[in-house]
Design a protein around this ligand. Structure first.
Ligand code: WT7
Length: 646
């Protein structure tokens, strides 16, 4: 048997006690609507739905038509009402050692109610947008839930994004309020954050027109008073904390927009992915129960993502709380104060379910197994992976070193747009294979097809499409229905399929392997960055005439960003300029988008129609022989590029 086809069946004990059963696949296939209705009943509905799916105006879906619910009540109040108020919802662990807080469901209810009361008191009404630009503090989750409670649509912007990125998102969503902190801890050091908000929102003629209030949580004791705008800026502790912990919730339509989350596409402008209330929460709750085999009152769940990404939205805020789970939320970096931190947390809190990204696992591998081996990790019983394909070597290390050959690994394929897990093994019900996400979850239908939409034979690569709607699917791109149709539904318009942007193949055993993006989107440490976004940032520098960016294979981060730039006549090439260009990208987008490598070249390879041949640049960046160059205007450009590549 080859390594690639080796299967890892679950232990008998795991299988006997698993939430999921093999029979779910058939049941869901036999009657998808009934299956999803059953999943939706995991939630408390203030008004029951009358129809499961209305697809008559495809690709604009309506799920659980006529139903009404309050998402925050489902995540918080109902657990308190069921007598579970004393259960810890969040073990919050700050980056500074011993800076911790345990928050029970009752306490969470009070905090969310206070925040909701304040947001209502300043005149916000259902449908208004609120931007949340915060590090991993409990108030970030509280703010999201307070929005949900009032029917406000939140837009969380990753606190590692630049002021410019925040501004464009605030403007696009026309957010009325920004919630932030004075500063954030990063690698043991406090850094300012409110300053970035001030810079983003501007003043006078340049002021962000939609923003009325900025609410600031005190975290690092940075002097946020420096640029305090009276009338606009308030401290959380002077406003939210002063409110009553009683708040009477209202129910909202199942389709009410719960949040926007901006993500990179193939063009420069990030798009605001719109998610619903009822369908989104159904998929979140269903997948958490089955894919993570969640056992209420027993498990301690930990998802290491940041709330600025969809993984944090779904598997930190909404899914664990909808299921009444106890979870760990960690504020800091994995090597603060040293590389033992994650393992100490697992040991101390008895984490049972650990969900991280392949890039993290490869980093642990680099640090060496002595580090996890120094800890008692026997509380773990299930491991998860998300964000990019996991290479079999990292999978096996994760299985052996972290999971002690005992814990099933769920490799979960999904996207910002899908809202929750789509392709993943049901642990206990099916065996797993290192590197494969195995098969679509019950209720989900995916195919692998060629350009014309014909299924490709097993073993061959094709495009991954989702050929049936699902409850957690995005409902649109904020303010741009045409772009929504064009981006996701135009490639296989005739069939009405959603094109995910990934390539995939089925192997001889029918296991699905996701192979990564087939469009101009890069995946760096599980973060999605578009080539054109980085190119625009580079071209914005006065010294740059033209830029082309590719994602090149990288041992640790999955892909690394490699840029090729042509300079203006007057510019002076050199290390100084390269450093400036990297800085430019960092300021324009985020430090995570900084190119690993910038090559100053005399020319770029172009087709006759003037399109840059990124595929060939990728060959160069990855040190491969060049692919087909026959469509190039001038194949000799490569000699010049190779000569200049540092
Ligand atoms: C893209 C979506 C879903 C949360 C994190 C990223 C890649 C994600 C896997 C996986 C192979 C994966 C895909 C996808 N991806 N998970 N388990 N195996 N690839 O969300 O930023 O929306 O990115 O991440 O390429 O299209 P995102």
């Amino acid at each position: 048997m080859t390594e690639a086809s080796k299967v890892y069946p679950p232990s008998k004990e795991f299988a006997d006690n698993a939430n999921a059963t093999i029979e779910m696949y058939q049941r869901a296939e036999a009657d998808p609507d009934e299956f999803w209705a059953e999943q939706a009943r995991r939630l408390d509905w203030a008004k029951p739905f009358e129809q499961v799916l209305d697809w008559s105006n495809a690709p604009f879906a309506k799920w659980f038509v006529g139903g009404e619910l309050n998402v925050a009540v489902n995540c918080v109040d109902r657990h308190v009402a069921a007598g579970k108020g004393d259960r810890v919802a969040i073990h919050w662990i700050g980056e500074p050692i011993d800076d911790t807080r345990d928050i029970t469901y009752s306490q969470l209810k009070d905090e969310v109610s206070r925040a909701a009361n304040y947001l209502a008191s300043i005149g916000l009404v259902a449908g208004d947008r609120v931007a949340i630009y915060m590090p991993m503090v409990p108030e970030a989750v509280i703010a999201m839930l307070a929005c949900a409670r009032l029917g406000l649509t939140h837009s969380v912007v990753f606190a590692g994004f630049s002021a410019a990125a925040l501004r464009s998102r605030v403007d696009d969503a026309e957010a009325k309020v920004v919630i932030t902190t004075d500063g954030q801890f990063r690698r043991g050091k406090p850094a300012p954050l409110k300053e970035a908000v001030d810079e983003a929102l501007g003043t006078g003629d340049d002021a962000a027109p939609s923003v009325e209030k900025v609410i600031v949580v005190r975290r690092t004791n940075h002097d946020a008073n420096l640029n305090w705008v009276h009338g606009r800026d308030v401290w959380w502790e002077d406003t939210v904390a002063e409110q009553s912990p009683e708040h009477t919730p209202e129910a909202f339509d199942a389709e009410h927009p719960l949040f926007l989350l901006y993500t990179s596409g193939t063009t420069g402008k990030p798009k605001g992915i719109v998610h619903s209330s009822g369908g989104y929460l159904t998929q979140a709750a269903y997948t958490f129960h089955n894919v993570f085999d969640h056992k209420e009152g027993r498990d301690v769940f930990w998802c290491t993502a940041d709330i600025g990404w969809v993984t944090g939205h779904t598997y930190i805020t909404y899914a664990p709380l909808a299921n009444g789970a106890t979870q760990v939320i960690y504020e800091g970096t994995p090597n603060s104060p040293d590389e033992h931190r994650h393992f100490q947390i697992i040991e101390k809190y008895g984490v049972t379910t650990y969900y991280t990204a392949p890039t993290m696992i490869r980093t642990f591998m680099k640090w060496g197994r002595e580090i996890p081996d120094a800890h008692d990790l026997s509380s773990l019983r299930l491991l998860g992976s998300v964000g990019e394909p996991i290479n079999p070597e990292a999978w096996r290390w994760y299985y052996d070193v972290i999971g002690a050959n005992r814990c099933p690994i769920v490799d979960t394929w999904w996207q910002t747009e899908t809202g929750g897990h789509m392709i993943a093994p049901l642990p206990g019900a099916i065996a797993t294979k290192p590197g494969s996400a195995m098969r679509p979850l019950p209720g989900i239908s995916a195919s692998i097809v060629d350009d014309k939409g014909n299924s490709v034979p097993d073993g061959e690569q094709g495009y991954l499409v989702l050929d049936r709607p699902w409850p957690g699917m995005l409902r649109g791109i904020w303010g741009d229905p045409e772009r929504f149709k064009e981006t996701y539904w135009s490639r296989f318009a005739e069939q009405g399929w959603y094109f995910a942007g990934d390539g995939a193949r089925y192997d001889e055993d029918g296991a699905l392997w996701v192979l990564g993006r087939v469009d101009d989107v890069m995946n760096v440490s599980g973060h999605r960055i578009s080539t054109s976004e980085v190119e625009s940032a580079l071209v914005a520098h006065a010294a740059v005439a033209e830029a082309a960016v590719v994602g090149a294979a990288d041992e640790t981060t999955g892909q690394g960003i490699v840029a090729f730039v042509i300079l203006m006549e007057h510019a002076t090439p050199g290390d100084e300029l390269v450093a400036e260009l990297r800085q430019q990208v960092s300021v324009d987008i985020s430090p995570i988008a900084k190119p690993r490598e910038i090559n100053i070249v005399p020319e770029l390879p172009k087709t006759r129609s003037g399109k840059i041949m990124r595929r060939l640049l990728k060959d160069i960046a990855e040190g491969r022989e060049l692919g087909d160059t026959s469509t190039l205007v001038d194949p000799t450009v490569f000699e010049a590029i190779r000569a200049k590549k540092n």
